[in-house]
Write a protein that binds this ligand. Sequence first.
Ligand code: SAH
Length: 221
Amino acid sequence: MIKIKIEKKYHKTINDLIIYLKNSKFLTDNRVESALRNIPRHEFVPESELDCAYNNEPLPIMKKQTISQPGVVTRMTEWLDVKDGQKILEIGTGSGWQSAILSYLVGKGNVYSVERHPELVKFAQENLKKLDIDNVHVVLSDGTLGYPKESPYDRIIITAACTKIPTPLLDQLSENGLIIAPVGTSSQSLVLLKKTQKGMIEIKNQSKYVFVPLVGKFSKK
Ligand code: SAH
């Protein structure tokens, strides 16, 4: 497991955020807490946002996109129940922060992350490189098509709002695999589904989330 040295000046703000996330029940899992402590969010925000890196809020990155709110990232990560050695597909790399958290949890496993903006692919790759993370593979493509080359995936996470989960992603999930996505228009429900022999079953569903939209061939009904 990677061990990243974090500058002392951030120790207190990271700790304060963790206490807040625990008190508000967005963080309950020790492994996810360890990921949050070891993958510093300030390495994934533009310089202009550094002072806000440990606020529980989304922050602008570029191309009108955002790095997700810490509480949402921890909740999605906990629901996804990531195990050591797994292969994960993420749609919507953005800053690469969520990808890095997943990469910490899969250990020797791999994360494939698809982003449609070339500027963000570059931004995320640079951020990941600063931390010597080498098991996240960022791909420039329309993520609604998935990334068939490496399928099937044990886990799939969509970090942008869709009105329905793109069919190619369901096809690329392995049996007993889990997929999480924000589904809806102006406000979304976070939905966790499991692929079984009998089809997809809903495991969890929670309303009132807001994500930037998923834009692509299979993003709409
Ligand atoms: N996980 C990110 C959050 C990114 S916001 C983070 O931690 O920073 C959602 C991202 O999805 C944006 O970067 C947006 O450009 C991207 N996106 C939207 N539609 C997409 C698509 N069809 N394929 C790939 N990426 C997409």
